[in-house]
Design a binder for this molecule. Sequence first.
Ligand code: NCD
Length: 323
Amino acid sequence: MLPFSQFDRDGRLRHLITLDGLTSDQVRELLDRAQAFLRPTGETPARSRALDGVTVANIFTEPSTRTRSSFELAARRLGADVLNLEIQLSSRVKGETVLDTIYTLQSMAVDVFIVRDAEPGVGQFVAEHVHDHVSVLSAGEAHLSHPTQGLLDALTILQYKGGFRDLVVAVVGDVRHSRVARSAYQVFSALEVGELRLVAPDALMPDAGEMPGTKRFDSIEAGIAHADVVMMLRIQKERMADAAIPDPHDYHARWGLTKARLKLARPEAIVMHPGPMNREIEIASDVADGPHSVIRQQVTNGVAVRMAVLETVISNRRRRQDA
Ligand code: NCD
């Protein structure tokens, strides 16, 4: 069997499992497409028939609010039929394997599987086993990758900062367990962000050697000094042993993004957070809701980015079928 590739024979995107290996042109094309789907607040969201006749299935075995609802809205706004599998109610709890679940849904003419799983490798495994016309999009893989989140983060920065090369971007908090941070690293590397900082206590820093080219800081004050972008992360308790979970008060005191600390960043710095936020732990409420926060714009961009990815893989599939 050939080694797995998320690209088709013509080098076009078929699956989206990781941002690793995407060129800056490929990323920019997705961001451009996403931007074209955005409308001013209050206006009717963009719609198209690009996914007419296409069926999309959301298969999430980890909790999700934003990612799942935005994939669903994205697919519906492009005219797709959408199925949300309630995994607690499905046969997986009766012992059915992931593949049997996938084959069952494939027999119902599902064309795109959107997969979130706490286990590494599930998205790729599914992608290796589906029919040629079927695409698999990751909606979060263990601590490893969350490609559409990386794209929406890049789009948000582009909107507020106009580019990437001159920026100082600080990723702050539980970097070690964060798939958001890893996808951010991949997309920012492709886009050649000026300086990427990892800012975390020792226990929450990735292993040495991971994410080469970044600068590491063990204090939030030093880490966000003169930053243009401050990206806060949630403590991923579900990926830690109980004894390793930091005390929320201590964590806020040493690592929380407060108004006072934010003054250390550039005056026009933007504050990002993928959600769900733990207010008063990694981020103070008045910062989350304050003038520097672009957190709600990130959510808006999430729908547009997922529309762009869905439209891309389906139009690439049609090209293959027409060839
Ligand atoms: C993140 C996730 O699930 O990876 N949330 C999201 O998708 N917006 C981050 C998190 O859970 O902290």
